[in-house]
Design a protein around this ligand. Structure first.
Ligand SMILES: C[S@@+](CC[C@H](N)C(=O)[O-])C[C@H]1O[C@@H](n2cnc3c(N)ncnc32)[C@H](O)[C@@H]1O
Length: 323
């Protein structure tokens, strides 16, 4: 069975360091890339030299070039900004080559969603403006939730930030008419027809976290809610498009993509993520699992399920998704 990926391949789950997989994927193949990297907790990340990746990205064509590589502007901003914070410098050294690959892999009409927490978001925004080009910045989404312990010594921090960048500001795909609508905050102020239809979400999304006792739970600690991924995938991709998530975790992006008729490539280096994803995709047709990286053998998701390794039944979550 061929392991090289093309747009005619089945959807895939790959167990590997993403930086080993990404260079094997072809330019401009994905309409949507959603990334939820591990937050920078001060632990030192695996450093990568960026020189060769940078040279490759500078040569990419599609919808223009990355502004940062036209000249010294990005390097200057990076030098100024990262000098303030050693921990973020390490984190950016980890993220930068992966974001450059993400840019290369985005289709001309494609969109990147980068999910960060409040400690990273502002550094990352400045660097991404310089790297992708400020005109490619589309939105800063705030995902607000209200769960867990609350600090009494400052405002409790209960939001994540999702930065949205497009490959080509003149050509990107976006259709908010297909997005799940939400209840009006003051339904008494609008017509009953509007109340029945619901309102279009803005850039602030109130949504519960994945409940530790709820049906959606897979047991993976950093699992993101289906409702958040549904909005992103509905607005920024069409049926049949390819979606990429190379910090896939429990596979929420792929589960939602499949339920909405999109195809997907997911990558994660954690064996526990693979265990969860094997089970999560057991009932999804045409999904290949690569348990040993892209070069290794291929398994069908349903052949690989081991319910004894899970603390949830395999169909939970996905059942809610498709209902
Ligand atoms: C915050 S979690 C993603 C959670 C996911 N959005 C979900 O809904 O379950 C980040 C993931 O990135 C993975 N990861 C970190 N570094 C990686 C790397 N170099 N290559 C592949 N995966 C990586 C971790 O194993 C972890 O599962």
């Amino acid at each position: 069975m061929p392991t090289a990926w093309s747009q005619t391949s089945p959807s895939r789950v790959i167990h590997a360091d993403n930086l080993e997989v990404l260079p094997n994927l072809p330019d401009a193949a994905f309409t949507l890339i959603y990334l939820d990297p591990p937050f920078n907790t001060g632990r030192s990340q695996k450093r990568q030299t960026t020189t060769s990746v940078r040279a490759a990205a500078g040569g990419a064509s599609a919808a223009g070039t990355i502004t940062g590589f036209k000249g010294q502007r990005y390097e200057r901003i990076k030098g100024d900004l990262l000098g303030y914070d050693d921990a973020f410098e390490d984190y950016w050294a980890f993220l930068e080559p992966r974001l450059i690959e993400a840019w290369r892999l985005l289709a001309d009409d494609g969109t990147l969603y980068l999910h960060l927490d409040y400690r990273e978001a502002h550094y990352a925004k400045v660097l991404l403006d310089a790297l992708f080009g400020r005109d490619c910045f589309l939105n800063e989404l705030i995902w607000a939730y209200d769960y867990g312990a609350k600090s009494k010594s400052r405002w409790p921090t209960k939001h994540d930030t999702i930065l949205v960048y497009v490959k080509n500001p003149q050509a990107y795909y976006f259709d908010s008419t297909t997005v799940d609508r939400e209840p009006y905050m003051a339904p008494g102020l609008v017509t009953p027809e509007k109340v029945a239809k619901g309102k279009l979400p803005t850039d602030v999304w109130w949504h519960t976290i994945v409940s530790p006792t709820g049906k959606e739970k897979t047991g993976y600690p950093t699992q993101k809610p289906v409702g958040i991924l549904r909005r992103i995938i509905q607005a920024s991709s069409r049926e049949g498009d390819w979606v990429l998530d190379f910090f896939a975790g429990s596979g929420t992006t792929g589960a939602v993509a499949a339920a909405l008729g999109r195809r997907f490539v997911l990558v994660d280096q954690n064996p526990e993520a693979l265990t969860v994803m094997r089970a999560r995709f057991a009932l999804v047709p045409d999904v290949q699992i690569f348990p040993h990286g892209l070069g290794g053998p291929v398994e069908a998701a349903d052949a690989a399920v081991d319910p004894n390794h899970l603390d949830f039944p395999p169909t939970e979550g996905l059942g809610r998704l498709v209902s």
